[in-house]
Design a protein around this ligand. Structure first.
Ligand SMILES: NC(=O)C1=CN([C@@H]2O[C@H](COP(=O)(O)OP(=O)(O)OC[C@H]3O[C@@H](n4cnc5c(N)ncnc54)[C@H](O)[C@@H]3O)[C@@H](O)[C@H]2O)C=CC1
Ligand SMILES: O=C(O)[C@@H](O)[C@@H]1OC[C@H](O)[C@H]1O
Length: 479
């Protein structure tokens, strides 16, 4: 069985930690690899390597830094099937979606390489004669990327590509639930001869390795994708040095379905927004508000569609819609939330339990709940699984108020054929993203950013790239 070492300063090295974390295939519960529990010394060693490598990396013309990103994209494409299988096995992502994640990640590196010639400053008119005010955009220094397990490979690229093209060096900490694909990538890119220390990968626990990366004075920016609780702990650790944070945390996305919506389209989009990666995505539809006059018809169609969702082994179920959840703790959490919702009065129309046909794995049935009320736990707290609660509304203003009654503010959607409804909703929903008549999923050239407890800062596009830049202002007086 493979043991992944730490990748620090251009070398694969053993951690001094004696403990290992076992990585399971969630569908079979078989141990497929191990990583080190990691140490604070590993984290500091990686940060020191990144710090030492940074001035020379920044000094390279951006177009030369971008050339390395294109090479990373090429390596991913050359190994696309192997990487997709690795990803599918370590986290139970259905193979089709795993392949999409790998392919989009290659595109992401190419896309970010495209910023090389577009990192632009400004020249501003001064109030003084013979003076120019220059705004320079400069790298922050060392970027730390702390990754989640749900889209581990893509999210790693989000942090690496934007930080490297802007002239930062980078330390990545993969999630201990799904480090394999990232660590295989670390091995595969050896052939591109990236200067040592520019990109480092340190595995280990969040509370030790992640914490050390977050509180070090070397770290210039910490980008986390993960839970609210990890975000809060990282803010506390970053407070010591007032280190910049960019946090993409949880979500509780509402989907609003108006009476004038195209119901077929709405049903398909809502289900797609729920079952992608078994509902374990921050974007996923977590609650649906349906206008009273179409409620029965919509729920009937939704029941049919949710009943048709197929659940299979991630690697062999080539056409499956979803597979196992990522871990025992995820399936236990979701089972408890559904049981609690039932106690609070919810009615289960589809699913509501672990499927009997799997003797191993952390599977949970696609689940549809009705008879829900706004104050229930399943409406207020993130489920992060294949559970869809449905509620009724009478007016659009009521639906918007219910949607906004939430601690999160990442994604949301509205289904309507009425331009005024759509404009009113998109202007009133307190969410970083609103999708109109389509499923919830962002584009690499957009800006993925949550409001409220969903985060600070954001990723993707021009604004995501600029997260990794400081502004230096020079007042240049001449005679
Ligand atoms: N927004 C998102 O994309 C994600 C949200 N989640 C939510 O979080 C829940 C728990 O999943 P976990 O894997 O435990 O997520 P988590 O938030 O604990 O882990 C995400 C990453 O943060 C690291 N981390 C955790 N605590 C840290 C700390 N104190 N300092 C520095 N790094 C730290 C972890 O090692 C991991 O690499 C899920 O049920 C889901 O609700 C989980 C993964 C992704
Ligand atoms: O769920 C999230 O927060 C992210 O991990 C997710 O990864 C791929 C999607 O594009 C992101 O929103």
């Amino acid at each position: 069985m493979k043991h992944y070492k730490q990748y620090i300063n251009g070398q694969f090295v053993d951690s001094k930690a004696t403990g290992v974390i076992e990585i399971l295939n969630p569908c079979t519960e078989e141990i497929i690899s191990t990583i080190s529990t990691g140490t604070i010394e590993d984290a500091n060693h990686a940060l020191e390597a990144a710090q030492a490598a940074q001035p020379a990396w920044e000094a390279l013309p951006a177009i030369q830094r971008a050339a390395f990103l294109h090479k990373m994209a090429d390596v991913i494409r050359e190994n696309r099937v192997f990487l997709a299988e690795t990803l599918s096995k370590e986290q139970a992502k259905v193979i089709g979606l795993a392949q999409v994640e790998i392919d989009v990640t290659a595109d992401y590196f190419d896309y970010n390489a495209g910023w090389a010639r577009r990192i632009e400053g400004e020249i501003i008119q001064s109030d003084r004669a013979k003076e120019h005010i220059y705004l320079h955009k400069v790298p922050i220094g060392v970027a730390v990327g702390i990754c989640p397990w749900n889209f581990p490979f893509f999210v790693m690229a989000r942090k690496v590509a934007a930080s490297l093209v802007t002239g930062n060096t980078c330390v990545i900490k993969p999630s201990s639930e799904a480090p394999n694909t990232i660590m295989e990538f670390a091995e595969l890119i050896q052939k591109i001869e990236l200067p040592a220390g520019v990109l480092n990968f340190v595995c280990g626990a969040g509370r030790t390795v992640g914490n050390a990366l977050s509180k070090s004075p070397i770290t210039g920016i910490i980008s986390l994708t993960g839970s609210v609780s990890a975000g809060q702990q990282i803010i506390a650790a970053a407070a010591e040095n007032i280190t910049k944070v960019s946090l993409e945390l949880g979500g509780k996305a509402p989907a609003i379905v108006c009476a004038d919506a195209n119901l077929e389209l709405a049903v398909n989009a809502v289900v797609a927004s729920k079952v992608i990666f078994s509902g374990q995505v921050c974007n996923c539809a977590e609650r649906v508000y349906v206008e009273d006059s179409i409620y029965d018809e919509f729920v009937e169609k939704l029941t049919k569609k949710m009943s048709e969702v197929t659940v299979e082994d991630a690697l062999t179920g080539v056409n499956a819609d979803m597979s196992s959840l990522v871990s025992k703790s995820q399936v236990d959490k979701i089972s408890e939330m559904v049981e609690f919702a039932k106690k609070e009065g919810a009615e289960v129309l589809v699913g509501g339990k672990r499927p009997e046909e799997f003797s191993k794995g952390y599977f949970y049935e696609p689940t549809l709940l009705t008879n829900c009320t706004q104050d229930m736990q399943v409406i207020q707290e993130e489920v992060f699984g294949p559970v869809l609660p449905v509620l009724k509304f009478n007016t659009l203003d009521e639906a918007i108020a219910l949607a906004n009654d939430c601690q999160y503010g990442l994604t949301s959607s509205i289904f309507s054929e009425n331009y005024n409804n759509i404009m009113h909703a998109t202007n009133s929903l307190q969410f970083g993203e609103t999708y109109v008549n389509r499923e919830h999923f962002e584009a690499i050239q957009g800006f993925h950013a949550g409001w409220k407890k969903s985060g600070i800062g954001g990723a993707d596009g021009k604004h995501g790239m600029e997260e990794y830049l400081h502004t230096r202002v020079v007042y240049a007086k001449y005679y």
